[in-house]
Design a protein around this ligand. Structure first.
Ligand code: ATP
Length: 464
């Protein structure tokens, strides 16, 4: 092994610049991740974001189009799955139905032709670890889902792998069993002392189990951090929206420690954004104080809904400026009640905006047409010569969406909806995998197919 590939001691896994394409579809985009020995790392993201693909590449069931995977500093990018010091537990338990519990766990060891007494010792130890000692001779079909998954875990750890990969292992269990198994998995991780890489789309599961959470969306790592970091300091709107409940609003950083949002100025603790800078503001619903209307409150509004959530009440308040905020409190304020809201500076989380408008690459066709997003668009007359490479900007609220996709210049599907208190911010992905960002008051659903139109006067064209 080349000395260059040696990583600092402590990292059991290094994923370096891994990208994956299936045909012309990019599923992973320059993924970089280091995992420490013994860490419990969860890869969290919505369906289709590439979590399973990343896990399969780690396990060796799939190969990366680009990039490399190192285990304890050794490049294993080309190593076949059975030679990697890791084992996988899948969502479906994949047990052999014709074998009993003992034989299921012993299966791999028998293939390796280990001595019978050694197999027995290892199987007993693994079954003890998952609390299934008394079930050795049971037919696996007679076990509950949770018990079957324990056997699957025993089978995966019987060879004492350095890394256990778990792909939504609890997804097929009912809620109560899932909660119990979460606690058991956490215990197992502690006792075994090996590295766990866990894939889930369930944010609560990720927050409960992990030392480190890796939040993914559309093949890109959005944030890596501890559960508290991810919850309290989301780096962008996607993370804030995906983890826990959030109010996400457009804002303007007026100057250090002063931000405007929901039509008001608020003191905050953030600095260094500059002056008059557009920002995204996140306030967790539990951080908004609600009270009967008083004078000199930060925001006044009216309750429009109040739902009991078991411990707290979840209320929607529409402020006098027309912004909708979610508020959680132990006291109920009923619909139509006039209320005041207070938010402490330290509970206002300001984030740099990822973008303030759509930006596309384009090429001039003639003095009233340009080509972008694989189509020809009419624009206002300009002086650029034919074939000039241009940058085209379009404001979020200047993209029209139509119900009938045939009516659009382009077709796309709604992939992400972010409610910003008074407007929906949508991500639209076209058939060519281009992304458009749209602000609208119309209500769309995730996955809706839409037609996309842009008026000539809304294209801002500059030379590259
Ligand atoms: P889920 O939780 O639904 O399993 P995920 O985040 O694990 O989602 P992946 O299974 O990694 O996502 O899939 C990411 C994208 O890659 C999806 O759009 C999927 O359709 C696509 N994909 C996965 N495997 C293949 C394949 N073998 N060929 C083509 N496309 C694939």
């Amino acid at each position: 092994m080349a000395e260059l590939n040696k990583e600092p001691v402590g990292n059991i896994i290094d994923i370096k610049h891994v990208s994956k394409w299936f045909g012309d579809k990019q599923v992973l985009d320059d993924v970089n991740l280091s995992v420490k020995k013994g860490e419990f790392v969860t890869i969290l993201g919505p369906s289709g974001c590439g979590k399973t693909t990343l896990l399969r590449i780690l396990a060796g069931f799939d190969t990366a189009t680009e990039g490399e995977i190192l285990i304890a500093g050794e490049d294993i990018t080309q190593t076949p799955p059975h030679k990697r010091p890791m084992n996988t537990v899948f969502q479906r338990y994949a047990l052999f139905p014709h074998l009993n519990v003992y034989d299921n766990v012993a299966f791999g060891l028998k293939l390796k032709k280990l001595k019978e007494e050694e197999i027995e010792k290892k199987v007993h130890r693994a079954l003890k670890m998952v609390g299934m000692t008394d079930y050795e001779h049971r037919d696996v079909n007679s076990l509950s889902g949770g018990q079957q998954q324990r056997v699957a875990i025993a089978r995966a750890i019987v060879n004492q792998p350095q890394v256990l990969l778990l792909d939504e292992p609890l997804a097929a269990l009912d809620l109560k069993m899932r909660k119990d198994m979460q606690m058991e998995l956490k215990e197992m991780h502690k006792t075994l002392g090996i590295t766990f890489i866990y894939v889930t789309h369930d944010q609560e599961e990720a927050l409960t189990l992990s030392d480190t959470i890796v939040v993914m969306s559309e093949g890109i790592i959005q944030q890596i951090g501890s559960p508290t970091d991810i919850y309290n300091e989301p780096e962008n709107c996607f993370v804030a929206d995906f983890i826990g409940e959030s109010n996400i609003l457009n804002g303007t950083m007026l100057k250090d420690k002063l931000v405007n949002f929901a039509g008001n100025e608020f003191e905050c603790v953030d600095e260094g954004f500059g002056e008059q800078m557009p920002v995204d503001v996140v306030v967790r619903p539990e951080d908004i104080y609600i009270m009967p209307q008083t004078e000199n409150a930060m925001l006044d509004g009216k309750v429009t809904s109040c739902i009991f959530k078991g411990v707290h009440y979840e209320m929607t308040v529409v402020t006098q400026g027309g912004y909708e905020l979610m508020v959680q409190d132990y006291h109920a304020f009923e619909p139509d009640q006039e209320v005041s809201l207070i938010i402490k500076p330290s509970d206002i989380h300001v984030m740099k905006k990822e973008r303030t408008c759509n930006t596309f690459d384009g090429k001039v066709i003639d003095d009233t047409h340009i080509e972008m997003l694989g189509e020809t668009f009419e624009c206002l007359p300009h002086d650029f010569a034919r074939d000039t490479e241009v940058t085209v900007e379009v404001d979020f609220d200047k993209i029209d969406l139509t119900d009938d996709k045939e009516d659009g210049k382009l077709e796309g599907s709604v992939q992400l909806i972010l409610y910003k208190g008074n407007i929906y911010h949508l991500t639209i992905v076209t058939d060519e995998h281009d992304h458009l960002y749209v602000d609208t008051n119309d209500v769309w659903d995730d996955g809706d197919m839409v037609g996309i139109n842009i008026s000539p006067e809304d294209l801002r064209i500059t030379k590259k």
